[in-house]
Design a protein around this ligand. Structure first.
Ligand code: IMP
Ligand code: MG
Length: 180
């Protein structure tokens, strides 16, 4: 519908994303040299980042997924998080890296971090493709980060607005089209 029109402005090109994802994978490979890492992808937004990242990690890697819902649709979060899908296997004693699309207020990752920490992993780290530090209300920092971005709502490369735009190759700023 014309009334639903939105503008997309490229913020990070796919070529730059790919380059940075390879660097992050190299950092992880170096930090855990000789060890196994267990990646925990946070559905659904992190799936594209995760699938590129994992192919550049030069270690023994295993993979699992979790899904959480933060109440509120579209671009607003209400602050409550609920576990929708839990891990398939135990993480006790493993080097766990939670892979997330974006660290915004930090509510989601703080919740996940606490849930996973209780299960006694050997190490628990966070890898986020994007970090919006201006919006942070929880004291949580990613150990690996692709890009710090300004306080804009972004879509693409896995990130959505009401489930749309995940398939865009670039990370784009979503702007409301000017009236009329
Ligand atoms: P937080 O709990 O506020 O840190 O938000 C984390 C979740 O909100 C992310 O996993 C995304 O699903 C969503 N989110 C936050 N900012 C954006 C954005 O700019 N675009 C798309 N999703 C976002
Ligand atoms: Mg998400």
């Amino acid at each position: 519908m014309a009334r639903d029109r939105k503008h997309l402005k490229v913020l990070i090109r796919n070529r730059d994303i790919q380059k940075r994802v390879r660097q992050v994978a190299r950092e992880i490979s170096r930090d855990f040299r000789g060890e196994r890492v267990h990646l925990v992808g946070v559905l659904k937004g992190a799936c594209i980042f995760l699938s590129d990242l994992i192919r550049h990690i030069n270690l023994d890697v295993s993979l699992d997924f979790m899904s959480v819902a933060s109440y509120g649709k579209g671009s607003k979060t209400s602050g409550e998080v609920k576990l929708i899908k839990d891990l398939d296997t135990t993480i006790e004693g493993l080097n766990v890296i939670v892979v997330e699309d974006i660290l915004d207020t930090g509510i989601t990752l703080t919740y996940l971090y606490n849930v996973l920490q209780q299960r006694k992993p050997k190490v628990l780290k966070i890898a986020a493709l994007l970090d919006k530090p201006e919006r942070r209300i929880k004291d949580i920092h990613p150990d690996y980060v692709g890009f710090q971005i300004p306080n804009e709502f972004v879509v693409g490369y896995g990130l959505d607005y009401a489930e749309r735009y995940r398939n865009l190759k670039d990370v784009c700023i979503l702007m409301q089209a000017d009236a009329p």
